[in-house]
Write a protein that binds this ligand. Structure first.
Ligand code: BGC
Length: 377
């Protein structure tokens, strides 16, 4: 089924990107410009998003301005303002800081430029018209449930030691991942079956600046030095793959125990897939960014054509996606959202990634690598 979805999805993308646009459509699109603003080129996933989005729009004849802002909110403000000054018909933004885009978004509203929030919700503004993302709470729930089942919390008495490594507090998603996961593990913390020796139990306590691997590694090393010199660590709830990578690095040489703790992740980054295969990370929550990009493209295309996408749009999308008008309140309004469904990956089902056509087994047949653009054509 998944395989079929992936295959159909690729067709939809190709259709959206190339052959389905008539020459006339492409000619009229070519007079329109789309600004795509990604947070940083440093993390694998945003490069992939940026590249797919750019290709989709360009192949349909649009002009594209793509920016990466080095995880710097001020720089992203300037990048968006720059695009607005040059002239743009629609903005697709994955915010560095969901609370810090007020100025450019006011300007976008003033100029009547529609703004679509991509992956991360933009807060406290009426300027955004749509939000395209994966179901962020569900991502956290999948991580929490994985830990619950891996430690068999419902059938063993424990106690088990767990630590939490969350994402950047400027990213609204990070809090939702935490909330989703915490919801699942909270009863076990309250009953004492799960212990957090560091005492870092809140989102704020556990946030990782910039989602950076180096910060997660630094924080975890401190935790090991202070709380785990003689205690066993059973699990680390890591919000994504960049933080999981930092925890795995910190474990090597700093953790005295001889067990491999359960470690969660999110994204399916290549280095993390290798760690999963090598037994150094337990799972990742895979979010097919090509699907996310394809939904963003389809929604944007309709807005650019003067239409108002609604729930009916999902009938024409061959992607597992839900239309939701009630879950994402950004402080100024409920934002119409298209939410895709994430998938748990462990070493037992990594073939799912290969089936998307974006990845392949390497020559040794052991590890997974990205399919290069040249090979995809
Ligand atoms: C995204 C994750 C990503 C994280 C760090 C989040 O907003 O949803 O997929 O791992 O940012 O870039």
């Amino acid at each position: 089924m998944k395989k079929m979805i992936a295959a159909v999805t690729s067709m939809v993308m190709l259709c959206g990107m190339t052959s389905c646009g008539t020459k006339d459509e492409k000619d009229s699109n070519s007079k329109k410009t789309v600004g795509i603003c990604m947070p940083t080129a440093e993390l694998e996933r945003w490069n992939t998003d940026g590249e797919y989005l750019k290709n989709s729009f360009e192949k349909a004849g649009y002009e594209v301005k793509l920016t990466f802002s080095n995880n710097d909110a001020t720089r992203q403000n300037n990048d968006v303002l720059g695009i607005l000054n040059e002239g743009v018909d629609l903005l697709l933004i994955a915010a560095v800081d969901g609370n810090a885009l007020a100025k450019p978004l006011d300007e976008a509203m003033g100029k009547g430029v529609p703004v679509v929030a991509y992956d991360r919700l933009i807060m406290n503004t009426k300027a955004i018209t749509y939000y395209i993302s994966f179901d962020n709470l569900e991502v956290g729930k999948l991580q929490g449930a994985y830990i619950r089942d891996a430690l068999d919390l419902d059938h063993t008495s424990g106690p088990y030691n767990i630590e939490i490594v969350s994402g950047d507090s400027a990213d609204n998603n990070a809090r939702m991942f935490f909330d989703g996961a915490y919801d699942v593990i909270q009863p076990y913390i309250e009953s004492g079956k799960l212990r957090i020796l560091s005492g870092n139990t809140t989102f704020e306590d556990t946030a990782t600046k910039g989602w950076l691997t180096s910060n997660a590694e630094k924080d975890m090393k401190k935790t090991f030095g202070k709380y785990y010199t003689s205690e066993k660590l059973d699990a680390v709830l890591c919000a994504n793959d960049s933080t999981a990578l930092g925890v795995t690095k910190a474990l090597a040489g700093n953790y005295k125990g001889n067990n491999q703790p359960v470690i969660t992740g999110q994204d399916g980054d290549i280095d993390n897939l290798k760690n999963i295969i090598d037994g150094k990370q337990s799972m990742t929550v895979f979010k097919n960014v090509r699907d996310e990009a394809s939904v963003a493209f389809e929604v944007s295309k309709r807005i650019l054509n003067g239409e108002t996408p609604t729930g009916r749009l999902i009938d024409s999308l061959a992607v597992d996606v839900r239309y939701d008008t009630e879950s994402y309140q950004n402080g100024a309004k409920y934002v119409q959202s298209y939410l895709l469904v994430p998938t748990v990956l462990t070493k037992d089902n990594l073939q799912v990634m290969v089936n998307t056509g974006m990845y392949k087994w390497d020559d040794s047949g052991k590890y997974i690598e990205a399919v290069t653009k040249a090979a995809e054509k």
